[in-house]
Design a protein around this ligand. Sequence first.
Ligand code: SF4
Ligand code: FES
Length: 232
Amino acid sequence: MRFSIYRYNPDTDKDGYMQDYDIEIAPNTRMLLDAILQIKAVDDTLSLRKSCREGVCGSDAMNINGKNGLACMTPLDELKQPVVLRPLPGLPVIRDLIVDMTQFFAHYNSIKPYLINNDPPPATERLQSPEDRAKLDGLYECIMCGACTAACPSFWWNPDKFVGPAGLLAAYRFISDSRDHATEERLENLEDPYRLYRCHNIMNCVDVCPKGLNPSKAINEIKALKVKNRFK
Ligand code: SF4
Ligand code: FES
């Protein structure tokens, strides 16, 4: 198979460039990540992140034939050749397919991605009705791969100010949690011309999410809650 892969080594390269690889892929190789590891066995200078190999850790997000996704969840036989692999767009490249996620996680941390509840801890766990628990479906499954945020033009334009789809999905996950008592504070934390309102429903996030989540819908739910709050 033919691959064209973005290469950049900050120690030796002034700019990035594309490198072609023609590789005899082992029979029964199913997923793109396995093929990339076979390329790496031939050229060990090729750098990428990966860990779980099954869509759980979120570390092998990259741009695959023009669309962000997880290499381990991408069937090889669905890809047109040459398979063009680039690092996630809109994030600084550290080396080859590895991007700097510092900004991404700074936005995530800014929404306080943990339960806030100052009631005395109960003897066992904080209980939730099955109905309230169901409200978290479609929100809690995010693996923080960054594919959505790195596909969002609003993030590309304002990476330091717009929280981005992944961070805002997480914000809505805690706003929706019946056990969390900081809804007002969370909404106020997004009251800013950039943090929330730079989302213009471009919906690339929905298109690329490997877990089938809908950050765009979550963002609109937050906006609707803010409007309701204004007229309370
Ligand atoms: S919402 Fe989807 S694409 Fe975005 S970080 Fe979470 S799992 Fe990845
Ligand atoms: S290697 Fe963990 S999600 Fe792909």
